[in-house]
Design a protein around this ligand. Structure first.
Ligand code: PLP
Length: 435
């Protein structure tokens, strides 16, 4: 019974796989979970929604990223950026691992506090805050927050004068995937007057923060930002502030993490050496979750394209998720998810070693489209697969953990509440989560 099996796998921890594998191959574990779920769906008889897109999340990958962080940036305590993916199991695991949390709204703060965590494990890292949220964090005991302009200082002085403030400075984010400096961050030549105003208002500035832009690729951006932060620390000391924390923000990605970490560590040792006793924190988001989530989508429709410019036939396939849904990362996060075949003609071909998709010049030409009525809703402009895909077949996309589910809409009435099947390829994480 397809319905029964699906309910059993809904948002579940995929315990069978966790227990079965002595030596755990993460890809195999993810593949097993994908396979079990899709093979249980009878496309001829299933109820609407049963063939919906779904995620497999490997919590072991989040754990490995944490170990990697500790190895490369041992001085920096991460405050995970909840906005990136507020998945409850991810938050739970990171809480167990001892991270703090960067929250930008009342809902995010409530989620973290709702897990019984102390308010001092949260930084309200939003320089332009809603009045009622400031009153809320005051009552909740969340004291750490960022600011970058004078109006915000007046707001905080009125609503929460006991807050512990971080002055967010502008960075050079020109090499980053998502840039923030046109919206946030105080220019260096305004920092002195902002600190003076904070002093006049009787506020407490305890640190400096910055963000070099999400998906940063220039390690020097961190170096320059740390150097600027040091200048602001000196100015703040001169005004009598008791500065205790530097927040180096987010922007880290798995790809060039070691290179970034090495430059950042060097900058910290130069400007904030260990004997300065300055606490260093960061706000990584995508670094922790991007590679931990895989998504599976069902092909709901196909259009055969007879195009003389293609060698032979091509196909447009329409799947049940798109840029208005979990592939919102294509629009908002400048990503380019790669379609791979999960199941074709009733056979699962999730194969971690095979070249999938097919190399250029071979196979058939495909474009992959989302389910809404909008022409912008395209996931893949052009890719190639050997087999002929049809309705009921499945595709999967890896590295779908960052800025995906959290920014999915319900446009056209398509659900954005998709299942997550959790697997865990690390015994250490299993133990922490009590699985
Ligand atoms: N901190 C702040 C203030 C942010 O705005 C963001 C992303 O928008 C992050 C941290 C997380 O950034 P990333 O996912 O690049 O690490």
């Amino acid at each position: 019974n397809a319905n029964h099996t699906n309910v059993a796998l809904k948002n579940s921890i995929f315990l069978d796989s966790i227990q079965q594998h002595g030596v755990i191959n993460p890809k195999q574990l993810i593949g097993d979970a994908l396979h079990q779920r899709v093979q249980a769906i009878d496309h001829e008889l299933c109820d609407p929604g049963e063939e919906d897109t779904f995620f497999v999340a490997d919590l072991g990958e989040v754990y490995r990223q944490h170990i990697r962080w500790k190895k490369n940036l041992p001085r920096i305590r991460p405050f995970y950026a909840v906005k990136c993916n507020p998945d409850p199991q991810v938050i739970k695991l990171l809480a167990e691992l001892g991270t703090g949390f960067d929250c930008a709204s009342k809902t995010e703060i409530e989620q973290v506090l709702g897990m019984g965590l102390s308010p001092d494990r949260i930084i309200y890292a939003q320089p332009c805050k809603t009045n009622s949220y400031v009153r809320f964090v005051k009552s909740a005991g969340v004291k750490q927050m960022t600011f970058d302009n004078a109006d915000e200082l007046y707001k905080i002085a009125k609503l929460f004068p006991g807050a512990e403030l971080f002055l967010r400075i502008m960075t050079d984010d020109s090499e980053s995937l998502c840039r923030f400096s046109m919206k946030f961050g105080a220019a260096m030549d305004t920092t002195e007057s902002l600190l003076a105003l904070a002093k006049d208002l009787g506020l407490s500035v305890v640190g400096v923060s910055f963000h070099v832009g999400s998906g940063a690729s220039d390690p020097l951006a961190y170096y320059k930002a740390v150097r600027d932060a040091h200048l602001v620390f000196q100015r703040a000391h001169e005004l009598g502030f008791n500065m205790r924390t530097l927040d180096v923000g987010g922007g880290f990605s798995g790809d060039c993490f070691e290179a970034m970490a090495s430059v950042l560590s060097g900058a910290l040792d130069e400007f904030f050496p260990p004997h300065s006793n300055i606490e260093i924190i960061a706000e990584p988001g995508r670094y922790y979750v991007a590679t931990a989530f895989t998504i599976a989508c069902n092909i709901i429709a196909r259009r055969t394209v007879e195009d003389p410019t293609l060698d032979g036939k091509g196909y447009m396939v329409y799947v049940n998720d798109g840029v208005y849904g979990n592939f919102s990362n294509i629009i908002f996060d400048h990503q380019n998810p790669i379609a791979k075949i999960l199941r074709v003609g009733g056979k699962t071909i999730y194969d971690t070693s095979a070249a999938n998709p097919t190399p250029v010049g071979e196979g058939f030409e495909y474009s992959v489209w989302g389910p809404t009525c909008d022409g912008i809703d395209r996931i893949t402009e052009s890719t190639r697969f050997d087999p002929i895909l049809d309705v009921g077949d499945w595709l999967y996309f890896e590295e779908m953990g960052a800025y995906t589910k959290c920014s999915a809409t319900q446009f056209n009435g398509f659900s954005n509440a998709h299942d997550v099947i959790y697997v865990c390829s690390e015994p250490g994480a299993k133990a922490l989560l009590d699985l």
